[in-house]
Design a protein around this ligand. Sequence first.
Ligand code: SF4
Length: 376
Amino acid sequence: MSVREYRQIMRRKSRKIFVGPVAVGGDAPISVQTMTNTLTTDVQATLDQIHRAAAAGADIVRVSCPDEESTAALRHIVRGSPVPLVADIHFHYRRAIEAAEAGAACLRINPGNIGSDDRVREVVKAAKDHGCSIRIGVNAGSLERDLLERYGEPCPGAMVESALRHLRILEDNDFFETKISVKASDVFLAVAAYQELADACDYPLHLGITEAGALRTGTVKSSIGLGMLLWSGIGDTIRVSLSAPVEEEVRVGFDILKALDLRHRGVRIVSCPSCARQGFDVIRTVEILEQRLAHINTPVSLSIIGCVVNGPGEARETDIGLTGGKGNHMVYVAGRQDHKIDPDRMIDHLVEMVEKRAAAIEAEKAGGGQESMVTG
Ligand code: SF4
């Protein structure tokens, strides 16, 4: 964490639960989730997508289980998955029990929708027997009718009351391994609901702006909503919902956390927008570097700046820096001018430098050296 006071985020104190081996809440790093959109019955396609999401950094992946065939397939998916899985169940209590038996690490189900007390008890028993946590997922678009009648429309109060109602059912069954979401596609509504919920309980919160939109618009919306909450210390796990490939959801999630200094993963590139002063094509260079450095998970910072106006300043704040010059460009290491590089070799050279730096950080970590960043 930064020592600069204005950059400190005081995280809300929440209890810690587990989704398989991944801790959520308390002092655990804020985890990043996504959800598959393949047919769950297509085990191979679903596993391929999970592997892609995990390679992009997903800590947890959610899989829909709408029917018995899906929970049967889930058993095979769990075996091949590198990350713990959340089974998304809508109403059917049998699917929840089957998913728990199939090895789901968490069930996303609202106990108020299951039906009789006996059914709730059976689901809770299955969750306890198989070490599953539960996510209560309230959505502004599907609030209970009585709440809508009383509140008049989906509003923060109605969403929080719905969440607490579901929560009480689990607590009455001695179940406390719960995380909660109160999602809405409206940023104002989602943020206000999460703020109210954060004050009303100490359970870990799963943040999301639902149906946020396509890659660009959804990223903007999610960054505003999730960013505002995370900045105020609220949120223990996040999912960015985009009409885009799962890897993009994960990348955007990490980028939001990186921007708030809450978590670091991979290469963080600081680059200038470029202008007539640029000594090389900044935009193209950054595009290529992003692709060529995507395999690195170790946190390394790299500044790519077109000229000396901002180059040395940004290089001071990053592990490795490049500043455009006339002819050759200047490479900085740990904030200091180190050597010049020929434009033709610049990209290969930087990739090599970042790879070496990442390997050195990993070796230091393995040797018991102090980890200087918040990673996970
Ligand atoms: S750093 Fe230099 S090249 Fe980049 S935008 Fe600023 S003035 Fe232009």
